[in-house]
Design a protein around this ligand. Sequence first.
Ligand code: GTP
Ligand code: MG
Length: 377
Amino acid sequence: EQGLSVPELAQKLAVNDAEIIKTLFMKGIVTTVNQTLDEETIKLVCQEFNVEVLTSGSVKVEDMVKKTEILDEEDLESLETRPPVVTIMGHVDHGKTSLLDFIRKSKVAASEAGGITQGIGAYKVSVMVDGAKQSCVFLDTPGHEAFTAMRARGAQVTDVAVIVVAADDGVKPQTQEAIAHARAASVPIVVAINKIDKEGAERERVMQELSGIGLMPEDWGGDVPMIPVSALKGENVDSLLETIMLVAEFQELKANPNRSAKGTVIESCLDKTKGVLATLLVQNGTLRKGDVVLCGEAYGKIRALLDDTGTRVETAGPSTAVQVFGLSSVPIAGEMFEVLDSLEAAREQAEICAETSRLARLAAQAAEGKVTLASFT
Ligand code: GTP
Ligand code: MG
């Protein structure tokens, strides 16, 4: 069977349904969520998202290569090494937060509502590699099924995906989903076989299950490092970190700190007393207090930046996540942000974006017969 529904394509591209509908609307094609998109239409959308469809016929996740470039041509002369951004993914309760907790030597899980990770937290940690201190940014993605879309975005901003699999539970649907997302984004995978301290832990079985879905362990001659760990006891976590840094180093990650910032919105919310809060991951350039930021329909002059420890900072360079204050409205998590020269220019662009979204929404509703075309005026 050929073609994909809007939600299917959205998931493969790690965007939301509305973004697909909006993209097509901009090209003069009115679609509803329930419609099946043919290959030509899929290619049209993929082009907009800088994703190449590698094979014709049935379109698979693995067939798509994300090509969005965060670096511009002008950056090439002033590139500097940047820390890797690592995402921890995996099935519910397999130990993602515990692993990150141990890495950060802190206790995030205890303070979380219901023990479930609610947003994407971003933390910079120091790792000793060959006696030298190097840094690394971890994104803790939520494990609950309801957060699938958010997790999909995690793989997009990330340089290395750590897939946590509990050795007493094995490969689960969300493990497979996480692997699919990492593959779709062409992100190298490191597997952490967790809970090896537990009775009933079967490391070999996990490796077997993973090789069954195309992840061949390095130990068996494949190319995927699989490190047995205990997040609870901290056992072998050093070795996991070393492996992550090695995989990252191989990619020669670089950015140009001497330009205006560009990156992705990691999470956002409206705080009753503080107003709009957004966590931005700077992927290229340097973000400064006072910069005018545009992210989709939201824009504003950045009044303050807080780092992952809640400390006020003046600037944030490549591979740094900061919470910012000063945006006009709550930006969508996963949206790209950029710095513009003036507040006026940002407002103009934000308004264009808002208007396009409004029209696309109306177009979709009109196609479903919910509103008449008269609502467009
Ligand atoms: P979600 O965010 O809800 O998806 O879960 P998570 O993957 O972040 O799992 P979390 O770290 O919250 O751990 C789930 C449970 O497994 C907790 O009770 C942890 O104490 C336990 N756990 C995590 N790692 C280990 C481990 O290495 N060994 C043992 N014995 N228990 C572990
Ligand atoms: Mg968690």
